[in-house]
Write a protein that binds this ligand. Structure first.
Ligand code: AMP
Ligand code: GLY
Length: 422
C-alpha cells in the first residue's frame, strides 16, 4: 500500500517509523515532514491547510490511505474534503472534530450525556463571565473555546487573574474563539487514555502520562508536552472499565446519534480523583509526545490497524503491546514555550547512534546541505524502552548527554513519578 502521513512533528515521525516496519508498505510520503521523516519517507512540502494541493499530491503519488496527524486540518474539515473525492482517510470528520475544536461543544455533550467532567459555564460576554467568577471563586480554569495551539487554557489561582484571562479571550486574543469556558478546578492525577475508533467499534490504544509544565516538578507555564511515559502507573483494569463505560462509550454513542459517527484516534485527557475518571478534554488525534512512546511499544502492524479501522473492522483486530516500559524526553530549543531560538545546527545527528532500545524522533528539524537544524520549540524526542522505567530513563538521559545540544534544554524528571510509585 502507498500511505501518506500529514504533519511535521515528533508524532508524525513516530507514526512513519511504525508504518515503515510493515511488510504491507510500498511507498510512504509525509506532508510536509521533518528531517527525521525524510530518512524513511518522501517529504513533500505543502501547507497542511491547503486541501486541494494535498489532494493533488495524493493523486500524483497513488496514495491508498491518508493518516492525519495534527488537529488543525481535522478541525478544518480535511476528512470531509478528501472523502468527497473518494480518498480513503483516517480521522474524524469536521463535525466530530468539534470534540477538540470547541470546548463548548465538548462540555455540552458531556452535560447532555452525563459524562463526568468539571462543572462549567460558557460565556460570550464579560459581565456574565465575571459574575460566574465572583460566585465560584478561585482556583478556576479559564479556557478559550477554540483551538489555541496549547495556549488557550490557564489555571488561575486568583479572581483578578481569572478576570484578566477571560477578558483577553473575549477581546479576541485567539482568532478561533469568541467564547470562554470557565471551569471548576479539579484536583487529582492526570492520565492520557487512547482508543482507536471506527463506525462500529473501538479498541484500547494505550495509556501515558504527559508532563505539560516546562519546569521540573511540574512548575512554570504549560507547553505542548515536555515528555511522557507509558503505561501510566495509576492505570488499572478497574479504571479502564470505568473510563470506557462512563466516558468513551457515551461519547461514541452520542456522536452516532448526532449523525457523525466518530472515526479515528480518540485521546481522552483525564483527571483521576479517588479512583474515578473525569474528562478534562478530548483530542481527536494521537498525543504528542505520547504517540512517540506508544509507537515504540506497539507490536501489531500499524498499516493493518489503520487499514482495518478505515473499513470499520477494528473489532477484528488483536492489538498487541510490548511488556516493556517506555519513556520519551523532549529536547526543546532555548526560550520555549515563549520565543525560542531557531536555525541552530544539531551537530553529528546524521551519524549519531542513540544506543540499543533508544529512538530519536525528530520534531522541529530540517535538513540543509546534509546538516540538520532546529526550527521548532520542541526539537527532538529521545524515546527509550526497557524492562523498567528507571532503565528507560537512564538510556534516554545518557543519549541526551552524548548529544549535548547546547542550544536546548529538557526536563530530567520525566517518568520519575512511575519510578517512585513502583
Ligand atoms: P486542556 O487543554 O483542556 O487539556 O488543559 C490543559 C491542562 O490544563 C490540562 O492538562 C490540565 O493540566 C489543566 N486543566 C484543564 N482543565 C482543568 C480543570 N478543570 N481542573 C484542573 N486542571 C485543568
Ligand atoms: N501532549 C498533549 C497533546 O498532544 O495535546
Amino acid at each position: 500500500m502507498n500511505l501518506a502521513v500529514i504533519g511535521s512533528g515528533g508524532r508524525e515521525h513516530a507514526i512513519c517509523y511504525k508504518l515503515k516496519q510493515s511488510p504491507k508498505i510500498k511507498n510512504l510520503i509525509c506532508i510536509p515532514g521533518n528531517a527525521g521523516t525524510q530518512k524513511i519517507a518522501i517529504n513533500i512540502k505543502e501547507e497542511i491547510s491547503n486541501f486541494s494541493a494535498i489532494y493533488n499530491i495524493i493523486k500524483k503519488h497513488n496514495i491508498d490511505l491518508v493518516i492525519v496527524g495534527p488537529e488543525q486540518p481535522l478541525v478544518e474539515g480535511i476528512v470531509d474534503y478528501l472523502e468527497e473525492k473518494k480518498i480513503r482517510v483516517f480521522g474524524p470528520d469536521k463535525f466530530a472534530s468539534q470534540l477538540e475544536g470547541s470546548k463548548a461543544f465538548m462540555k455540552n455533550l458531556c452535560k447532555k450525556n452525563n459524562i463526568p467532567t468539571a462543572n462549567f459555564g460558557i460565556f460570550d460576554n464579560f459581565d456574565d463571565a465575571s459574575s460566574f467568577i465572583e460566585k465560584n471563586g478561585s482556583p478556576i480554569v479559564v479556557k478559550a473555546d477554540g483551538l489555541a495551539a496549547g495556549k488557550g487554557v490557564t489555571v488561575c489561582s486568583s479572581k483578578p487573574e481569572a478576570l484578566k484571562n477571560t477578558k483577553q479571550i473575549l477581546d479576541g486574543k485567539f482568532k478561533s474563539s469568541s467564547k470562554v469556558v470557565l471551569e471548576e478546578f479539579m484536583k487529582g492525577e492526570e492520565l492520557s487514555y487512547f482508543v482507536i475508533v471506527d463506525k462500529n467499534s473501538y479498541k484500547f490504544f494505550g495509556t501515558a502520562q504527559d508532563h505539560k509544565r516546562v519546569g521540573e516538578n511540574d512548575t512554570g507555564p504549560n507547553t505542548g508536552g515536555m515528555g511522557a511515559y507509558s503505561p501510566a502507573v495509576l492505570f488499572t483494569s478497574e479504571l479502564e472499565k470505568k473510563i470506557n463505560h462512563k466516558i468513551i462509550e457515551p461519547t461514541i454513542n452520542a456522536m452516532k446519534k448526532l449523525g457523525h459517527p466518530y472515526q479515528g484516534f480518540l485521546y481522552a485527557g483525564l483527571m483521576i480523583r479517588d479512583n474515578e475518571p473525569y474528562l478534562i478534554e478530548y483530542n481527536i488525534r494521537m498525543g504528542d509526545p505520547e504517540c512517540q512512546v506508544l509507537m515504540m511499544g506497539l507490536e501489531t502492524d500499524l498499516v493493518k490497524i489503520i487499514d482495518y479501522a478505515t473499513q470499520n473492522k477494528v473489532a477484528n483486530l488483536k492489538i498487541e503491546w510490548s511488556k516493556k516500559k517506555l519513556v520519551t524526553f523532549v529536547l526543546c530549543a532555548n526560550g520555549y514555550p515563549f520565543t525560542y531560538i531557531k536555525d541552530k545546527e544539531i551537530k553529528n545527528l546524521n551519524n549519531f547512534k542513540p544506543g540499543k532500545g533508544t529512538q530519536i524522533f525528530h520534531a522541529g528539524t530540517y535538513k540543509k546541505k546534509n546538516k540538520i537544524y532546529s526550527n521548532g520549540g520542541r526539537v527532538l524526542n529521545i524515546t527509550s524502552s526497557a524492562k523498567n522505567i528507571d532503565e528507560a530513563r537512564e538510556k534516554s538521559l545518557a543519549c541526551l548527554e552524548r548529544l549535548n545540544w547546547t542550544y536546548g534544554f529538557y526536563r530530567k524528571d520525566i517518568g520519575l513519578k512511575a519510578v517512585k510509585n513502583k
